[in-house]
Design a protein around this ligand. Structure first.
Ligand code: DGY
Length: 329
């Protein structure tokens, strides 16, 4: 007897390797557009599918999940799954998975790249040349901040925080960190010193954020924290925009509470066309490129597909984020 294949909706055109793994095993629909399909589409697909593959920012809220009468798995093509209501999924018996590890080094590269670019004014220098503003080599022309030997404060010391620590160590930086839990590996191997966040902010030359967005990290860096930082310091954020209160960061950069920022993530993505950051020379911006390399995105697609197929096959996916879920088979 021929059995029906499980129906799967993939919300963006992820790299072929992952799609190829799923082809033939499931009845696959890939959203053809590059923009977010919108909540109505997710409601409709949740109602008709056994599995969804989604990306950061896709609105997988409790209502979308509740529409998923047959939905067994939401496989997130990212490590951060903050736009999925995991509690609701768990209650409804829906597995949620993510793609950790494979993007750690790639994201750390970008964080360190933003740190260097902001410190040495690389984006600004490029613009100065292109706009004809480079008239001379000047003893005081476009001075930046030293990275080697400076103090880096990390907020969050998970996989990516540790990968940034390795890079920082080879630049001879002093490492401080604040996290929910002490991390012995980071202390032993990278010499990172644990510190309360308020103290870390006052003594660091660079602060780089590596915690997930949760109800307790949303708005973690606001006016008080930014005012505590050194006026010469630089903030780097490659985690999630909402960990920082963006309007306070705008003030901090405009009023000189800190000297610069390197940002890959924003409260609202894509960044609105009239956003104040666009008019600031002391901010270097990236369009959420943390994991964006050919190799890493390919690995993420394989991992997202493997998580999904395992769940639909009646197995426990390797990267299950809600292990207490009582699956609906
Ligand atoms: C993630 O995996 O959470 C990243 O933000 C995607 O690049």
């Amino acid at each position: 007897m021929k059995t029906m294949k499980p129906m799967v909706f993939v919300s963006r055109n992820i790299p072929d390797k992952g799609l190829d793994l799923m082809k033939g095993k499931v009845s696959l629909e890939v959203w053809p557009g590059e923009d977010n399909p919108g909540r109505d589409v997710f409601l409709e697909k949740a109602a008709s599918c056994d599995g969804l593959v989604v990306i950061p920012g896709d609105p997988i809220d409790s209502e979308v999940l509740a529409a998923g009468k047959f939905l067994k798995i939401v496989s997130c093509y990212a490590v951060g799954y903050d736009s999925i209501d995991v509690n609701a999924a768990t209650e409804l018996g829906i597995m949620v998975t993510n793609t950790p590890d494979v993007l750690t080094e790639t994201t750390a590269d970008l964080a360190f790249g933003l740190l260097l670019a902001a410190a040495r004014r690389i984006g600004e220098g490029d613009r100065v040349i292109r706009s004809g503003g480079w008239k001379h080599w000047g003893p005081r022309f476009m001075l930046g901040q030293d990275v080697s030997g400076a103090t880096l404060g990390l907020i969050g010391m998970g996989r990516i925080g540790q990968a940034v620590s390795r890079r920082a160590k080879s630049f001879g930086m002093n490492l401080l960190y604040y996290a929910r839990h002490r991390n012995e590996i980071a202390e032993r191997e990278y010499g990172a010193r644990y510190m309360e966040m308020e103290t870390l902010l006052t003594v660091s030359d660079f602060v780089s954020i590596h915690c997930p967005l949760t109800s307790s990290t949303e708005g973690l860096i606001g006016e008080r924290q930014l005012r505590a930082m050194k006026p010469t310091s630089i903030l780097v954020n490659t985690s999630r925009g909402r960990v920082v209160v963006e309007k306070e960061l705008v003030r901090a950069l405009q009023e000189g509470w800190i000297s610069g920022a390197g940002l890959d993530v924003f409260e609202k993505e894509p960044l609105p066309p009239d956003h104040p950051f666009l008019y600031m020379e002391n901010v270097i911006l990236c369009p959420h490129l943390g994991s964006a390399t050919v190799q890493t995105r390919e690995k993420m697609s394989v991992m997202a597909a493997e998580n999904l197929l395992a769940a639909l096959d009646g197995h426990t996916p390797r990267f299950l984020v809600n292990p207490t879920v009582r699956r609906k088979d």
